[in-house]
Ligand binder design. Sequence first.
Ligand code: NZQ
Ligand code: ZN
Length: 402
Amino acid sequence: MGKNNKKRGDFMNNFTYDIGTKIHFGTDALDYIGEEAKKYADKILLTYGGGSIKKNGVYDKVIKELEGAGIEVFELSGIQPNPRIDSVREGVRILKENGIGAILAVGGGSTIDASKFMAAGACADFDPWKFISEKRPMSPAIPLLSVLTMAATGSEMDCGGVITNPETKEKLSSGHADTRPKVSFLNPELTYTVSKFQTAAGSADILSHIFETYFNIDGTMFMLDRIMEALMKTVIKYGPIAIKDPENYEARANLMWASSWAINDFISDSSQAAWTVHPIEHELSAFYDITHGLGLAILTPRWMEYCLSEKTVHKFVDLGVNVFDLDKDQEPMEIARQTIEKVKKFFFEDLGLDSNLRKVGIDERHFDEMSKKACGKAGVKKGFIDLRPEDVKKIYEMCLED
Ligand code: NZQ
Ligand code: ZN
């Protein structure tokens, strides 16, 4: 028993940590594809997006590796950003019809996420949207491997995936330990061709994943808070460098590894707070199909302003002093305000992302519905502070102007 009668463990979650994903990292990462894939299946479904991997040579390298290992390759291309349930249905059909034993997803979060639903769908006898609509468990699943081509979501090393149903205007997540990639191949050079905009949006996404855990009123572990601060500093330092100098290996490598560690459960296992800004953003991308990281960048500083109070100010002080090097001898509220200005500067000046919703063509017309949905199935209660639909609506409204 501690001094204040709290049981040991009360201040944080108990947890079991099992990383579950083997990583090959570096310029030779893709050389391991053949030998790794062969361990899982003789027939592989190769999934990818709109064709960037054909332009930059990644496709040829992957095919060479798979065929060199004697693996029969099937393909599903055209997985869109904010991936749709229809791609999942198509993938499941190919997997089942051909008795394919594993998936190799080559791309960003959208391709990897959709492939997670396919991996579970291959083992299910129902429509894969039911993983969302009926919360059916995404287990069992066939093995998934991934080649990451942009640093952002961390899908290469986490269990979860986010899928969109355009008919119902829903974008929701699910996942299971069985859908976590078994092996991921991370060569930072593959991200040299990612556009400035996607590099910026990806950096905003990584930072947001860390914020979602860091802003935890009940306290995490000191050790994990400091690791999160190091990860944040990494993104703040290297995001702008990668934008200016796309072929800077050091920047691309730091962003890529930070993307995985921001969400692979290492930093989050002690946190009791539910993610908040993500479900609010998912409504923006569900209704307007905007880029996830851009939506997060616009929302985050307004969410921070909305959350700031005497009760929460200490987290802003930590962030400002430890990450943005603000003077710790100022009044806490003053440090907090300066911290939020630093966050804005990073997103809107250093990364060059649009700073409000009107700039990306979004107005208030769906705010009521989006606010209710964000608090519904996806939920934003029990976060850093509890948010009800009327709070979420105010946050959306704050995003309309600079
Ligand atoms: O489709 P292609 O032609 O490959 O082009 C993609 C796409 O247009 C392009 N791109 C990717 N790698 C490239 C490249 N272009 C040139 N060179 C390369 N090397 O970038 C565009 C965006 O790709 P996408 O996969 O959509 O980006 P991202 O990785 O940001 O994934 C976003 C999706 O992941 C979800 C988001 O909601 C969104 O649907 N998330 C998944 C999470 C998870 N699994 O844990 C967590 C996140 O919070 C997020 O919600
Ligand atoms: Zn995200």
